[in-house]
Design a binder for this molecule. Structure first.
Ligand code: DX5
Ligand code: ZN
Length: 223
């Protein structure tokens, strides 16, 4: 089964109530991009926005930390209602902390734990942590901004990670984030992805429900 996780970054922030209603009705997961202006050049939103939405969100919240020192904020995001939390391996390395320790911290807070990497990080750097991760997040654009073009080399990276996961008999999901569209979703899923994050392809769509159905592989019904 593949799941669609719309990224709130692409939402209309003047009408967040309507956007959340759409998520509650049609999405599988809500993806929240947390950017600090240091790990990535962009700044997204913080706790005041999350405080406003989390009581209204009925789907699992997936927090994607694009911040330095992710270890400092895990407990807080778990308290805000996150079900899934991912952080970047690059950020853990820069902070001098074993990514395995941060995965444990996320589990200790009762959340599913994800390990993310940017497109220029070799995928085998994920392999020592697969036993501890519930999911790995392969960025298909460089983290920082929505609306970028999907990097085609990602397909081979997904296949390599899927082969490693399946070869070891593990139950680890692969999440893809960046440049997902209704046109490339099938190929992404066929490569071995089970969670597709999509910002622009959902929120900028004229028919977000239909776009989500196509991205999750449900054929539109003839009405
Ligand atoms: C990029 C973010 C993505 C982004 C995806 O740094 O992690 O979640 O919002 O946006 P689209 O789907 O528009 O590429
Ligand atoms: Zn993201």
């Amino acid at each position: 089964m593949r799941l669609v996780a719309p990224s709130l970054l692409a939402a209309d922030f003047m009408h967040l109530d309507k956007e959340i209603e759409m998520i509650n009705n049609y999405a599988d997961i809500l993806h929240l991009d947390i950017m600090d202006g240091t790990f990535v050049p962009n700044i997204s939103f913080g706790f005041s926005v999350i405080d406003s939405i989390w009581k209204a969100v009925k789907k699992p919240m997936d927090v994607h930390l694009m911040i330095v020192h992710p270890e400092k904020y895990i407990k807080k995001f778990a308290e805000k209602g996150a079900s899934m939390i991912s952080f970047h391996l690059e950020a853990a390395e820069a902070a001098g902390i074993d990514p395995g320790e941060i995965l444990d911290m996320i589990h200790d807070c009762g959340c599913k734990a994800g390990l993310a990497i940017n497109p220029d990080i070799p995928v085998d750097k994920l392999f020592p942590y697969l036993e501890k991760a519930d999911y790995v997040l392969l960025m298909s654009v460089f983290a920082g901004f929505g609306g970028q073009k999907f990097i085609e080399e990602t397909f081979d990276r997904v296949k390599a990670v899927r082969a490693e996961i399946d070869g070891r008999g593990l139950d680890v999901s692969i999440q893809i984030d960046g440049g997902v569209t209704i046109l490339n979703a099938d190929e992404i899923a066929e490569a071995g992805v089970n969670i597709l994050v999509a910002g622009s392809a959902v929120f900028k769509s004229e028919d977000p429900k239909q776009s989500m159905d196509i991205i999750r592989g449900v054929k539109p019904s003839a009405e």
